[in-house]
Design a protein around this ligand. Structure first.
Ligand code: NDP
Ligand code: 8X3
Length: 254
């Protein structure tokens, strides 16, 4: 039987890496992307030996490169069954009046436009085959807005709206479109948000038990294993200590 193929963006770290690993354990061959090619090489060694693996190094902001690499995949890799649009980050946590334009560009260009460029390259194959699953990693920041979250929240609200739009437009083709919206997950996310200030990043996850990347990967595993007639369209997943974007019981444990 032909093996299924999953493309996971942002697989060099955190949620994307855990997702690539769990999908490989579920029998998928893996296309993994990110900018850090050394990490993509290392990931191969952590996958099951039977997994066929195609690492692709590119920045999702590079529209021409995305189209060149994903639009021109070799035949073995061209039929993508599952696309996980995961690449993204927050850059900064500043009030709107003092936010940094480079941070704003990064968040809108990576989280929103990068997701669109990748999707644009993959969707035509899915519509032609009338099958496929697209999983967009949004955020609780796409469901609520919190102080100083402004543009990151805007980018994730856009992901939420685009996910709904994809589900509507791709409905005639039987393509499943799923939004997964996590709360606080301990990954390199806060290191990136706070530009390498690891002390500040660590504090985000102290005093309670945050989600781990593996928790989100297990949800991906669950949704891709539903029968053909079932789609979990929109999922918000929080640590038990988190009640909303801003309410976190930091005196629980951890
Ligand atoms: P990490 O920082 O651990 O991982 C981010 C991944 O995105 C890396 O693999 C990184 O790869 C990739 N990435 C970032 N920028 C680019 C780019 N310009 N081009 C290509 N790849 C890029 O964070 P998470 O795993 O936590 O984040 C993954 C997703 O989950 C993001 O969309 C994030 O917004 C979302 N999310 C995270 C939450 C959290 O609390 N951690 C909660 C809710 C949502 P590389 O640097 O090698 O390019
Ligand atoms: C990441 C979670 O709360 O920092 O999307 O926005 S949060």
């Amino acid at each position: 039987m032909e093996r299924k193929i999953a493309l996971v963006t942002g697989a060099t770290s955190g949620i994307g890496k855990a997702t690539a690993m769990i999908l490989a354990q579920n029998g998928y061959d893996i296309i993994a992307t990110g900018r850090r090619s050394d990490r993509l090489q290392k990931l191969q060694k952590e996958l099951p030996e039977s997994t066929e693996y195609l690492p692709l190094t590119f920045d999702v902001r590079d529209r021409a490169k995305v189209q060149e690499l994903l639009g021109g995949l070799p035949p073995k890799w061209a039929k993508i069954d599952v696309l996980v649009n995961n690449a993204g980050n927050a850059h900064g946590l500043d009030p709107i009046q003092s936010g940094d334009l480079d941070d704003w560009d990064a968040m809108m260009d990576i989280n929103v436009k990068g997701l669109l460029y990748v999707s644009k390259a993959v969707i035509p194959g899915m519509t032609a085959r009338k099958s496929g699953t697209i999983i967009n990693i949004g955020s609780i920041a796409g469901k609520e807005v919190y102080p100083n979250g402004n543009v990151y929240c805007g980018s994730k609200h856009a992901v939420d709206a685009i996910t709904d739009g994809m589900r509507i437009d791709l409905n005639p083709f039987g393509i499943k479109v799923i939004g997964i919206h996590p709360g606080l997950v301990e990954t390199e996310f806060s290191e990136v948000r706070f530009k390498g200030d690891s002390q500040r990043a660590e504090k985000v996850y102290q005093g309670y038990e945050p989600l781990l990347a593996r928790d989100i990967a297990e949800i991906v595993e669950f949704v891709v294993n539903r029968p053909p007639h079932v789609v979990l369209a929109d999922i918000v997943v929080l640590p038990t200590a988190q009640a909303s974007a801003t309410v976190v019981n930091k005196n629980s444990q951890g």
